[in-house]
Design a protein around this ligand. Sequence first.
Ligand code: B12
Ligand code: SF4
Length: 597
Amino acid sequence: MYSVALPIKQHDLLEIQDATREVISDKITTVAHVCNRILLVTPPQVPEEYFDVEMARQKRYPAFPPYGLSIINKRLHENGYVSEIIDLNYEVLASLHSTRRSFHYSVWQSKLQKRIEEFKPDLIGITCMFSMTAPQMYKVAEFIKKSYKNLPIIAGGVHVTTAARTVLAECRSIDFISLYEGDTSFVAIIDFINKKTTVDALRHIATQQKSRYFSLDNQLREYDIDAVPDYGSLPIGEYHTLGKIGAYHWLLDDKVCASAILSNRGCRGSCTYCSVNAFCGRGVRSRKVQVIVDEMECLKEKYNITHFMWLDDDLLYNRRRALELFHAIVKRNMNISWDASNGVIAASITPEIVDVAYKSGCIGLHLGIESGNQKILASIRKPSDLDDYRTAAAILKQYPGIFTKGFLMVGFTDETIGQVLDTVNLALELQLDWYPIQILTVFPSTEIQKSLSDNAGRRMGFKDKFFIGATGGQRLREKNEKVEAKEFKNLLAADPHIVPSDEQLKDIWFLVDYKVNYERILTEERIIKLNMIKKMLRDICNRVPENPLSTLFFGILEEKLGKHRASQELKVQAKTYLDNSTYWQKRFEVLNLYRYL
Ligand code: B12
Ligand code: SF4
């Protein structure tokens, strides 16, 4: 017998891991002694400083059921623990809708405090998916720690995993981070607190001790992902009455009850700006078709849910399985609709898939396009190419009952105006129904983030996250420039070799939006599409009030649909908004839009 010495590096690594385990286990035993009751918390999604009561009353803010926490809840129950979910986003919106004048955003604090007093948790689990909502999570954690300084707090979710060091450094109220998927690793942490398991079972956990970061981030992907969400007493069937679920809510009748469902976790792609691989690991794991369809039926029975938004990153992964799933929905005659707000991979689209998707209730589908320039697509490692987009668009065109959107992005590293124009031209060629456009945002743990120097990484970090959209800086800018507006030029007509600056990108975003979404309405003649786009524009007009551009094009649409009076009224309204805003006047002049008023 002889023994082989471990290579020195691996040996060192094991020692470091042991030391880390010790630090983490010591800290766990110091802050938590016993843990049978766990309160799971979702923070409010829209920050107080952006929260617009009118907008919230019009149901413009997200009201997603807390799917991730419902899985954790389920796993805790299966393992004999007592847990509950409090969704503070729901609490804020529900309070707003049920009170008239007395609403105050801080209602979440009294709701949370009351629940803690009543439930008496031994530990708090708090979730944070989006980097932009991290400050919300901090506020909730700090609020809890202020009154209950001995109540341990563990945070989990995509953002906290991908920016774990930052989160722990920025929010001292968070004691631990549960990294990656928490289905089994969180239960292992609770078991460890209760001395039901040894320190070796600990994984996916990070903490800060004496300003140093310690983590056991030996990522193990969850393969048993068939757990059915346990929402406890949350009124899931009411969520749609408070806010948006998915990107196609405006296509649905107000009475339609919507919710979310998951079929796959992970994505076959590895796009450089995306954090899915960093969080889920490579590849895709699928839930059993029968479990999914049973879950849909159950949600329909229990809460009357008849519209589902897929939470998947890669819904069409494994075409055979996707066909099986959609056929199963058709076969059960469930009479439901669904949408893929997250986007599907264009290269997976086939006539057979789209046909059965439509028959099974698909009303809306996003394609992840991002760019119309092949060089950019290759550099960001998009799993589809220009031909895939063309093929997918041609197939989808045969199904006008499916509203199709294409995600576009501008502002890739060194992207020139000429390359942006390629994106505009591709979008116009594909003729999808709408294109949500984003300025590249550098999210934590993405390849783009790792490749940028700290200085270059400044671009549209998540401080500017709300720039676009109803809540954002875009609206703030309109307000600020009402009386005196900054210069506005048609940058798309500038030298195509120029790489726009961060500031110019905001105008480029505006121009691309105009070109691919508005200008093309002028040539759209299909009645079914005109009616769909009308619903979408009505939604935009409500969401972004006093916007002469969307109001004018709403009017143009009404004219095309033969509603002359409505059209005239909208145009008059657009003119009123325009007369009030130098910001918009500059844009109408450059885009030569006065002729349509
Ligand atoms: C569904 C989804 C959406 C949905 C809605 C999501 C929702 N609010 O429920 C829609 C389509 C609306 C959406 C929109 C956007 N999304 Co999105 N979305 C996703 C997606 C694909 C799946 C999330 C999901 O439901 N997973 C399934 C459940 C089971 O997982 P989970 O919630 O993460 O929970 C598990 C773990 O995280 C953990 N866990 C979670 N919380 C806790 C708490 C504790 C205590 C513990 C122990 C464990 C734990 O355990 C759970 C079970 O394993 C993710 C990608 C991904 N794979 O995560 C992107 C993702 C979250 N989205 C992303 C982005 C960028 C966006 C947008 C900004 C896109 C855009 N440009 O508009 C918008 C922003 C929306 C907003 N703020 O209003 C990024 C976020 C990056 C970041 N760092 O912020 C992701 C990661 C995708 C990506 N491309 O990188 N999205
Ligand atoms: S295809 Fe979509 S989900 Fe998949 S890696 Fe690319 S951006 Fe992420």
